[in-house]
Design a protein around this ligand. Structure first.
Ligand SMILES: Nc1ncnc2c1ncn2[C@@H]1O[C@H](COP(=O)(O)OP(=O)(O)OP(=O)(O)O)[C@@H](O)[C@H]1O
Length: 300
């Protein structure tokens, strides 16, 4: 069962109060002759949104799967809520598994179930005695909490837009009132407005529900807007974990190209504009917004 940092077993409804709900040490993942991770270390702080970035194929999804026990690592240790995911037997891990929610790439919804029924899947798994009325009520609540209209609970995934599918996946990830939320590329495939709305929702949910969020993304706007810290995967390891401004100072070629390249600078300008727009009563801010807007228009 989940444990606090002092090794005390947590009661079913007791929240983890230790410093690091996720600790990864010396992780090695090999597939045949391919080594994806070689001695990877990472600690996720309670209450943060940790962005995870890295080039394609650097093993971001494999890292997430190792943490949630779907990918037994070749070597190394993964602890979630103080509980070893690499040593524990599946039944004992139940005390950990019902404390997290996962939004997989593409949503991974069951296509033959409605949104509401999708949300009910983990509820039925962990709380088989809940009445059908309460299941419906919780499913409707989670659907609305994820920013969908209530009637979406009765719709099938095929009847939803891409953005709505992501929200439905989020509703299912929130079904068990998790403390940890894993999001794999949540804004991929969304238009910029839909992506920004999803980012705001993630931030609001983190703040109101006290979540710790492990967020894999390629989206520079997401990193700038909502991540407290960002872990960079390269050279088979986490080469740095820090705030975006601090990462931008590091002299690693991939980090420089990613954060200080043209797309990185555009994301930074967009964030600066957003912040300045909140102070338009200040003439200097208003002037700066106008100048930056014009610069943007010239480039477009
Ligand atoms: N079950 C598996 N069997 C064999 N190889 C695998 C398996 N899972 C992942 N890999 C390989 O591990 C590497 C890392 O994959 P992963 O999906 O974690 O990358 P990623 O960083 O998430 O990439 P992307 O940004 O493109 O989604 C890839 O080369 C992939 O082919």
């Amino acid at each position: 069962m989940a444990q606090d940092d002092d090794g005390r077993t947590l009661g079913r409804h007791e929240r983890y109060r230790g410093e690091h709900p996720i600790v990864v040490e010396g992780l090695v993942n090999r597939f045949g002759s391919q080594t994806v991770h070689e001695g990877l270390d990472l600690k996720v702080r309670r209450g943060e949104i940790l962005g995870v970035v890295g080039g394609s194929g650097t093993g971001k999804s494999v890292l997430m799967r190792s943490i949630i026990g779907l990918q037994p690592p070749t070597e190394g240790e993964v602890k979630v809520f103080g509980k070893s995911m690499t040593e524990g037997d599946p039944d004992a891990e139940i005390g950990v598994r019902n404390r997290w929610g996962v939004l997989f790439q593409g949503g991974a919804l069951f296509s033959t179930l409605t949104v509401g029924e999708n949300v009910q899947v983990p509820l039925k798994q962990f709380f088989p005695d809940i009445s059908p009325e309460l299941l419906d009520e919780i499913a409707r609540f989670k659907t609305v909490l994820s920013g969908l209209p209530e009637e979406a609970a009765g719709k099938f995934p095929s009847e939803l837009s891409g953005g709505m599918k992501k929200r439905a996946g989020l509703a299912r990830a929130l079904a068990l009132d998790p403390e940890l939320l894993f999001l794999d590329e949540p804004t991929a495939g969304l238009d910029p407005i839909g992506a920004a709305a999803f980012d705001r929702l993630t931030r609001e949910l983190k703040e109101t529900l006290g979540l710790t969020v492990f967020l894999i993304t390629h989206d520079l706007d997401t990193l700038h807007e909502i991540c407290d810290r960002v872990a960079v995967l390269a050279d088979k390891k986490v080469i740095a974990v820090d705030t975006v401004p601090n990462l931008m100072q590091l002299d690693h070629p991939w980090i420089q190209e990613y954060f200080n390249g043209p797309r990185g600078r555009a994301a930074l300008t967009a964030q600066a504009l957003d912040e300045l727009r909140q102070h338009m009563d200040n003439p200097i801010a208003a002037h700066a917004v106008k100048a930056l807007d014009n610069k943007h228009d010239d480039k477009a």
